[in-house]
Ligand binder design. Structure first.
Ligand code: IPM
Ligand code: MG
Length: 362
């Protein structure tokens, strides 16, 4: 039976980069006979424009029925003034919650071809391969109560709640340990247990879960130190497990170690392995529509989709090799370009088409 993939390009450069990822999927369908059925839907600002809602009911229904979702990015300055529930980001948060996608995997891996593109010294980043496992449907992003109120002194007061129950911590910790088993067998749990009670519980529960994984070495690190260590000596990490907000912040930092946020894919998984796949970067309104965005993070997200949700690991591997091939050929979008012999700056479409050509040539 064919598998259904819901395509949600979203806003800004989302449209352009997803178009290239779809070319890769189409190529695999047509020439390799992969039984994949693609459907399209709206999310974010573009959904708000058509339906007055950043996550229309029909999009959520399509997503629930699909085997996997491929998402571009959401957001843009034109929607920043809207009431919060109507903003594009709410569409993203609601689809994550609506599908129960509590485990967000953000691998940060440096392609050897891009050592020069990192702002860090080559010896600090070359060979980098770490995985951030970010909790995605809880914590301060979703905690209640929240809002802006007037306090007893008549002052406006903004407030949010950082809350985790033990079940939420246990299940994300298990995901991190399972992944570590298949990698370097080390988990570093990030918290702020010296200040925040919710993360003191985080540390306790992660420590309990670790007992079921004696082969995996567990360490704990305060988030401020983790931010510093990621820049100082990132290769010390194998798997980092974090709460929702800490993972949001640390994954942007990790992305820059690899040269460009335009290279990093992600997978957001539910308890059964169904997933939504998206680049970790945003909609980049400043360069939207110019055809210069890097589609590789989205194309690599397709590879993650084939591996984690569609059980097609060979096809995933082929996409990753094709990406390496185009980098070997010297093709670079603006974000990863640095002048040098054999280097050629290309646009979004040329990069996508080069990946398809490399697939065809394998
Ligand atoms: C991310 C993004 C989102 C987040 C925004 C767009 C809501 O920054 O996926 O990292 O904070 O989770
Ligand atoms: Mg983010």
């Amino acid at each position: 039976m064919s598998k259904k993939i819901l395509i949600l390009p979203g806003d800004g450069i989302g449209q352009e980069i997803v178009a290239e990822a779809v070319k890769v999927l189409d190529y695999l369908r047509q020439s390799e006979g992969l039984a994949l059925e693609l459907e399209n839907g709206l999310i974010g600002g573009s959904a708000y424009e058509q339906h007055g809602d950043p996550l229309p009911q029909q999009t959520l229904e399509l997503a629930v029925k699909a085997d996997a979702v491929l998402l571009g990015a959401v957001g843009g300055p034109e929607w920043e003034g809207l009431e919060r529930p109507l903003r594009p980001e709410q569409g993203l948060l609601r689809i994550r919650a609506g599908l129960g996608l509590f485990a967000n995997l953000r691998p940060a891996m440096l392609f050897p071809q891009l050592v020069q593109a990192s702002t860090l010294k080559p010896e600090v980043v070359s060979g980098l391969d770490l995985m951030i496992v970010r909790e995605l449907t809880g914590g301060i992003y979703f905690g209640e109560p929240r809002g802006i109120r007037v306090n007893d002194n008549g002052l406006k007061q903004g407030f949010n709640t950082l809350v985790y129950d033990e079940t939420e911590i246990r299940r994300i910790a298990r995901v991190a340990f399972e992944i570590a088993l298949k990698r370097g067998r080390r988990v570093c749990s990030v918290d702020k247990a010296n200040v925040l009670e919710s993360t003191e519980l985080w540390r306790q529960v992660v420590t309990e879960v670790a007992r079921d994984f004696p082969q995996v070495q567990l360490s704990h690190m305060y988030v401020d130190n983790a931010a510093m260590q990621l820049i100082r000596e990132p290769k010390q990490f194998d798997v980092l497990v974090t709460s929702n907000m800490f993972g949001d912040i640390l994954s942007d930092a990790a992305a820059m170690l690899t040269g460009s946020i335009g290279m990093l894919p992600s997978a957001s998984l539910d308890a059964g392995g169904k997933g939504m796949y998206e680049p970790i970067h945003g909609s980049a309104p400043d360069i939207a529509g110019q055809g210069i965005a890097n589609p590789l993070a989205t194309i690599l997200s397709v590879a993650m989709m084939l591996r984690y949700s569609l059980e097609l690991p060979q096809a995933a591997q082929r996409i990753e090799s094709a990406v390496e091939q185009v980098l070997d050929e010297g093709l670079r979008t603006a974000d990863i370009y640095s002048a040098g012999p054999g280097m050629q700056q290309v646009g979004t479409r040329e990069m996508g088409e080069a990946v398809v050509r490399a697939l065809a040539a394998q």
